[in-house]
Design a binder for this molecule. Structure first.
Ligand code: ZN
Length: 411
């Protein structure tokens, strides 16, 4: 292997072509000073410059480049191809020439690296967080569901109590902003909630008194829950109290019992409600079982629903009475809300079915449930037309659809 000096070869080629240094500079589009410095052996030309000179002078200087990495041995051409990019990078950091251009290239390169690192870290964080949530999601039933709704009835003291109660359950709530009206009732709320198990979120609600939606947060890790953690606008909870069951058949005609009719219609309403965004529907029973009125009341109050509809059928000595009956209880503390909902419900159902006057019913159940409630008798088993509706699949589907549509309108 014989090393040949690039500068010597350049001088040789230039002179053989009868060119001056200025003419070479012009031909190669480089500065005269660069040509002078190369020929004086003061600088080592970079790969790009050698390429320019080679093209301009019609001679392949790469083969004679006197850089220690460049040999005349043709077997080393491959090495040279690999070395050229390395030389280019090395040259980038030689700030003696084209400084601004190099600074731009180096800066862009650095920015690219920083951006890549950020993207990777962000992705990693997101994955870690997802994994953490997955791993920390409690699967046992010992963790109580929590549902907090912020209404315009809350005072500062009550909000403080909510905060303390939640802390006792391991949940941190930070009120970022609280505003109260002239009666010291909550008007605006902005808060951050952290269940300290991976689930956290925040929401802002202005003009709570005008909100028709339910605002707050809920945590329900039950495996059947559609959303384990929600903040902001929450889905409402409706309980369908399925009348009678087990030993208690309710009213009955020759072939049909009230307890079967209420269960069939409740199941259809639940099925129709499956995909709606506004509310979740729960049943007090989904099989032929007896649950005492006292027990029903306890189950319902523990669930803190937004509305309860108790499903029944009516019966009469005469076959002339027909239509839907609706009842509320004027002793219940939610009687105002119950009345409003029941009237709206009556109006909606009335578009498709005959609805009789809303009445007061003095029942343990309607009196003691802690939320708005309506008891509905869906028709008279003693009336042939109502009976047809209540006992056939087609009729039951019709009634269920009417009730579901009314719920959507009312809730
Ligand atoms: Zn009944």
């Amino acid at each position: 292997m014989t090393k040949i000096s690039f500068r010597e070869k350049l001088i040789e080629v230039r002179k053989s072509k009868g060119l001056t240094q200025t003419e070479v500079a012009d031909l190669c589009s480089i500065s005269l000073r660069t040509v002078q410095r190369i020929e004086a052996g003061k600088v080592t030309p970079r790969a790009y410059t050698i390429k320019q000179i080679s093209e301009a002078l019609g001679f392949d200087f790469f083969n004679v480049y006197d850089n220690p990495d460049t040999y005349t041995d043709k077997n080393d051409i491959k090495t040279n191809n690999i070395q050229a990019p390395i030389e280019f990078v090395k040259d980038l950091f030689n700030l003696k020439t084209n400084t601004m251009k190099k600074v731009s290239i180096i800066s862009s390169f650095c920015l690219l690296i920083i951006f890549s690192i950020f993207s990777f870290t962000f992705k990693l964080n997101a994955q870690t967080q997802k994994k953490a949530i997955k791993e920390t999601t409690p699967k046992n039933e010992l963790i109580e569901p929590v549902k907090i709704t912020f209404t315009n009835q809350l005072t500062f003291d009550e909000l403080t109590t909510i905060k303390i109660d939640l802390e006792n359950q391991g949940i941190t709530i930070q009120y970022k902003k609280l505003e109260f009206d002239e009666n010291n009732k909550l008007k605006t709320i902005a808060c951050f909630i952290d269940c300290n198990d991976g689930f956290k979120g925040s929401f802002v609600a202005n003009h709570i008194e005008l909100a028709t939606k339910k605002i707050g947060f809920s945590r329900d890790y039950d495996l059947n829950s559609s959303s384990p953690f929600e903040t902001g606008v929450l889905k409402k909870t409706i309980i369908l109290d399925v009348g009678h069951g087990g030993l208690d058949s309710g009213s009955f005609s020759k072939d049909f019992q009230e307890k079967e009719i209420t269960l069939a219609i409740a199941n259809k309403i639940k099925e129709l409600s499956k995909d709606n965004e506004e509310f979740d529907v729960f049943l007090t029973r989904d099989s032929d079982q007896f649950i005492s009125l006292k027990k029903r009341t306890q189950i319902i109050n523990a669930s803190k629903p937004d509305y309860i509809i108790s499903l029944h059928t009516a019966d009469s000595q005469t076959n002339k009475k027909h239509g839907v009956n609706l009842y509320t209880n004027d002793q219940n503390r939610y009687i105002n809300e119950s009345s409003t909902l029941t009237k709206a419900f009556s109006k909606s159902i009335g578009k498709d079915l005959k609805v009789n006057m809303i009445k007061n019913m003095n029942s343990h159940f309607l009196k003691n449930v802690k939320c708005p409630a309506t008891l509905i008798e869906l028709g008279y088993l003693s009336n042939p037309s109502d009976k047809e509706n209540l006992t056939t699949k087609k009729g039951q589907h019709r009634i269920a659809t009417i009730i579901f549509n009314a719920l959507q309108e009312v809730i």
